[in-house]
Ligand binder design. Sequence first.
Ligand code: BGC
Length: 376
Amino acid sequence: MMNTPRSILALLLLAAFGLSQANGDTKPSAAITGSGPFADISHFTLRNDKGMELGLTNYGAMITFIRVPDRNGVFADVSLGYDSASEYINANKKPYFGAIVGRYGNRIAKGKFTLEGKEYTLATNNNENHLHGGVFGFDKRVWEMVQAGNPTILRYVSQDGEEGYPGEMSLTVTYTLTDDNEIVIDYEATTTKPTHLNPTNHTYFNLKGEGQGTILDHVMTLNANRYTPVDAGLIPTGKLVKVANTPFDFRKGKPIGRDIEKNHDQLKVGGGFDHNWVINRKPGDGKLALAARVEEPSSGRIMTVHTTEPGVQFYCGNFLDGTLTGRSENAYLRRGGFCLETQHFPDSPNQANFPSTRLDPGDVFESTTVYTFSAK
Ligand code: BGC
């Protein structure tokens, strides 16, 4: 796959991946046929008894759409993305719409870490740093379809040395759509050598509907007393800093746009909010804790995020710039979507005081995140 010319890859995927053909049940979409290494590409729609729909594909293990009702029962797709594979592959910018990113979600400084006395050099793709698994991360891979339907189970086996990481690492992601309008994402991984792992889902949300303007009036609550400030390359300084009396205080809930243009050095480096918040929780207890709650006033749609992870990257689409056009045919404006990427903290392999992202042979990595939708 790595050596396949991009144009051929795009054509094969286009043939194999009929997003617009999604048929509203848990069966594969009708138009899916593939060949060669792409024979296994599928697109599925899960639907629950409330009529909520979740689109999934094993290309990048992506969420392709999320259709949920507003307070009047009117459904909208609240996740950003495209309706054809060629757009996912060929867009001049790839903001990781809907994808599982890995091995490491977010940044590792200078693409380097040391394990067992050996220094590893990763692919760098964000200036001098490593971002979201490197040049050819999990978001651009074809995942094995372990089980179609609800739940949908996807697996990706990352080779020893891939993007510079040690060990063959097998990651299984299970997507479940419940009748309580929850999307449950379970992650499980093993490795053949000590390595670092921090997978997450990179869906962009706009609870008004994708392509319906910016997310600045969404009311965001983050269950976090502290966040991890960053340097100019968006690498954490290593400090956990209190949000009190800063624009980073979302504990009581406020519109995303209220403080985003405030004169604060961290807002300058991030171009807005693009930081890791330290979730208020009992560390390492393996239980789900509230990370975030988001409410969109005009539709009444509400999303809550619970996770077993210690952190959440609240990224508010600062790097979207109106040049990408999504399913609605509307341009994705700057801050036209936000992500809540549940995770271990960025650059943990190089930060001794952050919770560890190391995975050893014989151990099983487990993580769960739940996105719940409602309206009022
Ligand atoms: C990062 C941003 C990055 C975006 C898209 C987010 O997770 O925090 O800095 O621009 O992903 O790549």
